[in-house]
Design a protein around this ligand. Structure first.
Ligand SMILES: [Mg+2]
Length: 252
């Protein structure tokens, strides 16, 4: 992993970014800072402005674990595409064929029946195509994570589990993920290249399976991440967006 604002990173951006590049971003921890309560997350107004500016010259997509209806008002800009529920919602051509909500309801019932085995502070969120269990507000997060995984191992049918920052996400076994989402968007747009910026476990599938014509950036340096580049923190995102914007305008 290399720092994107190093000479090497700058080189990669210059080589890679032009008006044929599809630009895709995760939301929580990427466009918006992580906050104690997920329901308070919002892209800062300055980020909304920078992204609005970017949408004038580039194809922009947001690929998030949130439901589309949840994230839309938090963006402060309008991207061409919003893919929600980790890829189960909003992929052109594949939209909503996966993410069987019947399974979600079954798991929700099973989890509620065993709710007493979970520590206080765990919050369940039914997002129709996926189910999230947040444990940021528990007093001992390691214990909460163990208790959650013990419970999730017993669910029938077995869900696909994607970890995150103080959250576990349950999706149907055959559901799309963020990699499928980006690939489908790139094909739909016939973009020669794609950039993806994310910060979380749920983004690693994109980093890991990235095609040669993709550039991947992780918010936060991490030893075992498969992303090619990193930003030090979410607060550097505005700088990155402005840099990308200038490079595209220079190509026009
Ligand atoms: Mg994230």
């Amino acid at each position: 992993m290399k720092y994107i604002f190093s000479p090497h990173g700058e080189h990669a951006l210059i080589d890679f970014i032009d008006n044929q590049t599809l630009l895709a971003f995760d939301f929580d921890g990427t466009l918006a800072p992580i906050v104690p309560r997920p329901e308070d997350a919002c892209a800062p107004t300055s980020m909304g402005r920078a992204m609005t500016h970017l949408t004038e010259v580039a194809t922009v997509a947001v690929i998030t674990g949130r439901a589309i209806s949840d994230v839309r008002a938090r963006l402060n800009f309008e991207p061409k595409y919003i893919v929600g529920n980790h890829g189960a919602e909003g992929i052109p051509g594949l939209t909503d064929k996966t993410g069987d909500s019947a399974e979600i309801a079954v798991w929700e019932r099973q989890i509620l029946a065993a709710w007493h085995t979970l520590p206080q502070g765990v919050k369940m969120e039914n997002k129709q195509h996926s189910l999230s269990l947040h444990y940021r507000m528990t007093s001992n997060r390691d214990e909460a994570k163990l208790a959650l995984h013990a419970l999730l191992n017993q669910l029938q049918p077995s869900p696909r589990i994607i970890g995150g920052k103080c959250v576990v996400n349950l999706l149907p076994e055959n559901s799309n993920d963020k990699f499928d989402a980006l690939l489908a968007l790139q094909r739909t747009e016939r973009s020669s290249k794609a950039l993806f910026v994310g910060d979380d476990e749920t983004d690693e599938v994109v980093f890991r399976k990235a095609l040669p014509d993709w550039l991947t950036i992780r918010v936060g340096q991490k030893d075992n991440s498969a992303a090619s580049f990193y930003l030090n923190s979410q607060s550097e995102m505005a700088l990155l967006v402005q840099r990308i914007d200038r490079l595209i305008r220079a190509h026009k």
